[in-house]
Design a protein around this ligand. Structure first.
Ligand SMILES: Cc1cn([C@H]2C[C@H](O)[C@@H](COP(=O)(O)OP(=O)(O)OP(=O)(O)O)O2)c(=O)[nH]c1=O
Length: 199
């Protein structure tokens, strides 16, 4: 099945994962990566709002006209009031993973949709429990390069899956886009219509 929209959809992201998830959902869109500075002080008492705020910055950065629908997202890993963004270097990636080792953390993806003068915002929340990790595995993983472009320094969809004991919540939210919730909301708002059918 496919969805159609009355206005062109623009994904404000350079993330190959977000692009793939939106394609898999059956949506037509173009990609316009934003180049915003994500160095915003973390607000531990409101992690959802923080992730949503970052997604809003990305959306506004690529906004050109009301003739388009903009979708932007930001994924963060949070544990004990501390945020684990994309690691700055390999040493930090190793530190992050050793800190997450054996523990439960949250993955939050904030989403902003700009459509018809309206701003629609929400966040997905998932919980991930890591196994107790050994330094040998962690440093081999980081050396592979997989950690560098991912929040929390791991990919649940790549070899980072080996760190995960279990998870609760939306899997796609961890990969970078709560696409089921997104499509549902866009249908409710009339922004997506099933091709050849009703909404
Ligand atoms: C936790 C986790 C994160 N990630 C990714 C999703 C996001 O792409 C990335 C977090 O960084 P983000 O800043 O959310 O996104 P990005 O810089 O990759 O892309 P853009 O801002 O252009 O949209 O981490 C995974 O791929 N797998 C995982 O298991």
């Amino acid at each position: 099945m496919k969805f159609i929209s009355l206005k062109p959809i623009v994904l404000a992201s350079s993330s190959p994962r977000r692009k793939e998830l939106l394609q898999l959902a059956g949506i037509n869109f173009s990609v316009r990566p934003s180049d915003v500075d994500e160095d915003v002080p973390f607000t531990p008492e409101e992690p959802y709002e923080y992730a949503v705020r970052l997604s809003e910055r990305k959306a506004l950065a690529v906004f050109e006209s009301e003739e388009e629908i903009i979708i932007a997202a930001d994924t963060i890993v949070v544990k004990d009031g501390k945020v684990f963004p994309k690691p700055e270097d390999d040493a930090q990636a190793i530190d992050f993973l050793m800190e997450l080792s054996g523990e439960l953390h949250e993955v939050i993806t904030g989403v902003t949709i700009l459509a018809n003068g309206k701003t629609i915002q929400f966040a997905g929340l998932s919980q991930v429990k890591f196994r107790k990790l050994d330094e040998e595995l962690v440093s081999a993983y980081v050396k592979s390069g997989d950690a560098s472009d991912k929040a929390g320094a791991y990919g649940i969809q790549t070899q980072g899956m080996l760190f995960v004991e279990n998870m609760v919540g939306d899997y796609q939210n961890i990969v970078g886009l709560p696409v089921s919730d997104l499509v549902n909301r866009m249908r409710q708002e009339g922004l997506l219509i099933l091709e050849g059918g009703g909404a």
